[in-house]
Structures are given as C-alpha cells and as structure tokens.
Ligand binder design. Structure first.
Ligand SMILES: Cc1cc2nc3c(=O)[nH]c(=O)nc-3n(C[C@H](O)[C@H](O)[C@H](O)COP(=O)(O)OP(=O)(O)OC[C@H]3O[C@@H](n4cnc5c(N)ncnc54)[C@H](O)[C@@H]3O)c2cc1C
Ligand code: SF4
Length: 618
C-alpha cells in the first residue's frame, strides 16, 4: 500500500476535500525522510493490514469501495493483535493530515542566536589534540563543556547532529523539522510489552533543542535516596548547582497570558477538584506560546543549551565539531595499572575518520547511546552497564469541549498538576503542533476524519509515572532498547488515566478520549470506570521522553558502572555526565537534574585533578 492508499483507507478520502488531496504527497515526503528500518516497519504494517483485508473480504483494500474499506478496518480494530499495525499507519497519516489541515504560522523575524564556535566535521583536521573531549552536546555535555572550558581546559565537543539556528526553525514547517532533529526520525522505540516510543534529539544542543522547556528541580526525597541508598553523594550538593543552572537557563514560572486554553482548562479543572496545580516553571523567558518546542523553538525564547550554556562554553574557548559520530574512545594500555583514556575516533558523514587525542573523555551521548559507545570502546565490561534503564513512561488523555481549545495555540507544556506526585504520578497539560501529539485519535475512515476535523475542541493532558528501572540498552553499533513495565507502574498508569479524566470532566469536558482502541471514549466518570474494566496497561499508548540510569553512579562497585563521583570504573580519564549517570528516575522532567549532575561530576573532577586546569593542548 502506498501513501495514497493509506490516506484513502484511513481517512476515507473520496476526493471531496482540497486539503486531503495534499496529504499523500506530504506523507510520502515524510516517510522518505525516515530511516530505512522505520520505513520498512511502516510498510510491513501496511502489508499486514492489506493481508487482513484479503482474508476478511477476499480483496485488497485498494479494490474495495470506501464503505467496504471502513467495514474491514472497523472489524480490524476489534482484534487487539492487529491494532499496533493499524496505529503504526495512523501515526504518520495523522501527522501528514494535520500538517495539511492546520498549517503552522511561519515565525516572524527570528532573533540572532548567540555565537557558537561550530566546525563541520568535513572541515576539521584528521588529527588534533585537546585537554578534554566531550561526546554529545545535549543537557549533560553542554554543562560539562562549559565547566571544563571555564577552568581553562582546551575543550572540543563532538556532536553527531547538525547545528540548527532559530531562524532556520522559523523557515520550515514543523513536520519538516521533525525528522531532522530526532534520532531515527523520531521513531526510536523500546521493545517490550507494551512497546513504547522513546524519541531523543540529535542536534547541537541534543534533546534540549526539542524538549518542552519544563524545569523541575530534583525533589528532595530523590536527592536523599540517590545519596543515601546509592551512595551518589554528589547529589547532596545539587541545591546550589540547581540554582546556578536555573540562572543560566533563566527559569521562571510561565506567565498566564500566553499559557493558552489547554493549560487554563487544566488549571481550572484541577482547582475545581481542589488539587495542587499551577503554571509550570520553564526556561523560556518571553515565550510567545507558539507551541512548537518539540521541533525547535522558532522565536528563540526557549533557552535550550545551544542558546544558553554552549555559547558561554565557546566564549571560554570550547569548540564544537558537528556531524561527527564518535566511534570509540581511544585507550592507552601501556601504562601500569588501569588503561587510560587517550582521546576519541569519530566518523564524518562521508565515512572518513578523525582522531582527537586527549587525556580526558566526557561521555554525554545520552542514556541510550552512551552504553553502546562504551562497548565499542572495550569499556562495556561492567555487568550493570546498559541496565537500570528508567524511562518515566507517559500516556495521554484528551477531553472534548464545547468551545474551541485550539491546543496548538499556547505554551506546549503549560500546567503541572502535582496532586498525585507523591504517588509517582505527575500530570502536565501537553499540547503539540497539529498531529504531533502522542495522543492517537480514535477510529478509522470517516470517523477518524471527523475526529481530525474536531481536533480544535480537544484539550490534552499527559501523565508520567516514576518507574522502577525495568529497561536495558543493548547493542554496540546500533542501540536496541528493551523495557518491561513493572506491575506497580502499570497500576500507576491506569490511576493516571482516571485522574486525567477527572480533571478534564471538572473543567467541563463533554467526553474524554482515552486513546485506547477498545475503549475509546466515555461521557462520565462511571462510564469510564466501566470502560476500563478489563483494560490493562498493555492497551495504553505509551511513550517516554526521559531515559536515564544506564551507567549509574554510586558507591557500590558491583551495582554501579560509574563511581560515586561519575568516573567510569575500570579506566582512568572517562567521566559520565549525561542522563546515564543518574542512579534512577528523577520523578520529574529531568533536564535540570542532568545538568546539576554534569556540573557536580566535572567540578569534582577539577577539584581532584587541579593539574588538569593547565592547558596542555597544542
Ligand atoms: C519531546 C521531548 C520533550 C522533553 N521535554 C522535557 C522538558 O520539558 N523538561 C525536561 O526537563 N526534560 C525534557 N525532555 C528530556 C530532556 O531534554 C533530556 O532528558 C535531556 O536533554 C537528556 O540529556 P542528555 O545529556 O542525557 O542527552 P541529550 O540531550 O539527548 O544529548 C545527547 C547528544 O549526544 C549526541 N550523540 C549521541 N551519540 C553520539 C556519538 N556517538 N557521537 C557524537 N554525538 C553523539 C546526540 O546526537 C545528542 O545531541 C524532553 C525530551 C523529549 C524527547
Ligand atoms: S511555546 Fe513556542 S515560543 Fe514558547 S518556548 Fe515553546 S516554541 Fe518557543
């Protein structure tokens, strides 16, 4: 089935709508930008759905009338085993359809970004030296680079992704930016039961370029647990470091005037229930409410690290090599005792390689990429490396309101509801550019099209669950993620669905949409309770945005691949400063915790190795 066939089947396209005619072209462009394995998965899903049509009706979908197609697809929805295949088709079709139906306004003139010292890998010499190389320019890498550069070290940051400016975000449609800014075109997934989508960024600035800008400080009880139970004593110094990071990112409570109806409804619903809620603290001074944070802020308001931390690192001499995938950490085995880091080898896009010799290597490739990098480097021997993955699994519920919500006008992640936080559930009003929500509209054919046409009346909430670390990152050259949802966390997700529905009903929703194909909608809470009987967490659409813990730091050498100060065990001169190093789920959106950890690890390194402050690089 090609793009046209998918749109005809899923949206009952009979050629009567002008915007629908553009969707197949948009879909084909989007699919062609996805990596081969993802395209193959979508194609396999299309083949499975077509095969079901043949079994059910004796003909392929394309040979059926629109009415017959709908009957076939409706019967498919009742077969839980085939629903994932249908959803795999629905997600890209909805992305393309919503983009064509509700084009995002182009940004006005964008402000100029603060300068960075970026060099494309093609222009970087094949051999160079540095005092420190940092692998990855995201939350943890940027803070590590700034700290080391401020101390006088000659720092080179290697980033596999490219540098994108604020102006470039304003010039292109959200969907066109999507595939470029995310690894695997945004289709990174964790295998498991249920599987979950686990997108991560790939650009100068890492995942902070595409994050929602929400800024939570590490909760006190998490700091205490990391310190006392895991022996990650650096966490005790987090409060002052979080202050410093908050100053750099210009964190403040989001003013109400640009919050948008989605956030205001969440606030009203929570307040009517008497629940703790408020506008979120964010790193977006002057936010214009353009709701595009997850595809790069087109106004420059969101202080992702390429606008806040990395410019200061560069002002202190750090250099960034873009489009350079680090293949391995080089090791010096000729010294007595443990091997010592000697630099890195990286590959350019054209396949050629470069080396940077350096006595200090900081790994900050993210919790899904750092373990494979360490394995490629012969440093993957610790039995817990790649294990202990927590992801903060999330699910969404939508409410249909009488009045327009137009959730894509306002702050993308706007209101936080903390009533159930001490039970591990954090609810946030989270909208998205049209079609990009992790909430999948129910139905197929004309019903799905009606949902799409009524999407401006939907308010959307998301909930994240503080999870037990049930995942594992496997692989050397390609990352494979496995994740097993703990029954306790499954129960938390079901509680979260009900809690989100309560907020939406309290705010005046006429009905709630659960995103669960077998139980799509309810008009009252009792109806929802009846509907959820027999539904398990496996039926939920799950995503996760906060992988952490895969090279955890701690005092127990058996359990923690990194020591209590974030140094990788078994080697000299390798620090871990990304989300991998966190001992567990921070229970809140993690960027501040990751940055505080990066600051703590690098500052402690500088205290222990004062001689490293004298630059030796040529
Ligand atoms: C859609 C979305 C929304 C989010 N919203 C929020 C939010 O509102 N608030 C919040 O606190 N958190 C949010 N997060 C999470 C947060 O942004 C991340 O947890 C954080 O950025 C992770 O930091 P990191 O340093 O571990 O890795 P990253 O920021 O992911 O950086 C890793 C970098 O390393 C690069 N890299 C990987 N491998 C290599 C290699 N071999 N060679 C060279 N470079 C390499 C990658 O390309 C990437 O740029 C969100 C995440 C997503 C996906
Ligand atoms: S809501 Fe819009 S203006 Fe505000 S930070 Fe996000 S992308 Fe930028």
């Amino acid at each position: 089935m090609n793009g046209r066939g998918m749109v005809a089947a899923l949206l009952a396209d009979t050629g009567d709508e002008e915007w629908l005619a553009r969707v197949p072209g948009r879909l084909d462009t989007f699919l062609s930008a996805l990596p081969g394995p993802v395209r193959a998965a979508v194609q396999a899903a299309a083949t499975a759905v077509d095969a079901y049509a043949v079994l059910h009706s004796g003909r392929r979908l394309a040979a059926l009338t629109p009415g017959e197609r709908e009957t076939v697809l409706d019967s498919l929805v009742a077969r839980p085993g085939l629903v994932p295949a249908l959803d795999l088709l629905k997600v890209p079709v909805l992305l393309a359809a919503a983009t064509e139906r509700t084009p995002a306004p182009r940004a006005r003139i964008a402000p100029e970004d603060p300068p960075l010292d970026c060099t494309p890998a093609e222009e970087w010499p094949a051999r160079a030296t540095a005092d420190a190389v940092v692998v990855g320019s995201g939350a943890g890498g940027a803070v590590a680079a700034r700290t080391l550069a401020r101390a006088g070290l000659a720092v080179v940051v290697l980033e596999e992704g490219e540098h994108h400016t604020t102006a470039s975000f304003g010039r292109r449609a959200p969907l066109d930016r999507f595939t470029e800014l995310y690894r695997d075109g945004g289709a990174t997934a964790a295998l498991g039961d249920p599987p979950l989508l686990l997108p991560v960024g790939r650009a100068v600035g890492g995942t902070t370029v595409v994050n929602s800008g929400t800024c939570y400080r590490t909760p006190d009880h998490v700091v205490d647990r990391w310190s006392s139970r895991h022996g990650f004593h650096l966490a005790q110094g987090f409060p002052a470091r979080l202050d410093e990071i908050e100053r750099t990112l210009r964190v403040a409570t989001q003013p109400l005037d640009v919050l948008g109806t989605n956030g205001l409804l969440a606030l009203a619903g929570a307040r009517r229930l008497g629940w703790r809620a408020g506008p979120l603290r964010r790193n977006a001074p002057g936010c214009k409410g353009s709701c595009q944070c997850v595809v790069g802020c087109p106004t420059g308001a969101k202080q992702s690290v390429q606008l806040s931390v990395l410019p200061e690192a560069c002002a202190h001499g750090a250099r960034i090599v873009t489009g350079a995938r680090v293949l391995r950490i080089l090791l010096d085995h000729d010294r007595p005792g443990r091997p010592r880091a000697a630099g890195i080898r990286a590959r350019r896009a054209d396949g050629s390689e470069l080396e940077i010799l350096s006595p200090l290597v900081v790994t900050a490739a993210g919790a899904l990429q750092t373990p494979p990098l360490l394995r490629r480097s012969g440093l993957g021997g610790h039995p817990r490396l790649g294990r202990n993955l927590s992801v903060h699994p999330a699910t969404s519920v939508a409410g249909r309101f009488m009045q327009p919500v137009t959730s894509w006008e306002g702050v993308l992640q706007s209101t936080g509801v903390e009533e159930l936080h001490d039970r591990g559930i954090l609810i946030e009003a989270t909208a998205s550019p049209p079609g990009m929500s992790s909430f999948v509209l129910p139905g197929v054919g004309r019903a799905l099209r009606r949902e799409l046409e009524g999407a401006d009346r939907l308010g959307i909430l998301g909930a994240m669950i503080a999870d037990r670390p049930g995942g594992r990152v496997l692989g050397r050259d390609r990352t494979v993620v496995r994740y097993r949802l703990h029954p306790r966390d499954g129960a938390r997700l079901m509680t979260a669905v009900r809690a989100m529905a309560r907020i939406l009903f309290a705010a005046g929703a006429l009905e709630v949409l659960t995103g669960i194909p077998r139980a799509p909608r309810a008009r009252t809470l009792p109806e929802l309770d009846a509907l959820l009987t027999g539904i398990t967490p496996r039926d939920l659409h799950l995503s996760a945005f906060h992988p952490a813990g895969t090279v955890a730091a701690g005092s127990d050498r058996e359990r923690a691949p990194a020591d209590a100060e974030g140094r990788l065990r078994g080697v000299e001169g390798v620090l871990v400063t990304d989300a991998s190093v966190l001992p567990g789920c921070p229970e809140v959106n993690p960027q501040l915790s990751i940055m505080a950890a990066a600051l703590a690890v690098t500052e402690t390194y500088l205290e222990r190795e004062p001689s490293s402050r004298t630059s030796t690089s040529a």
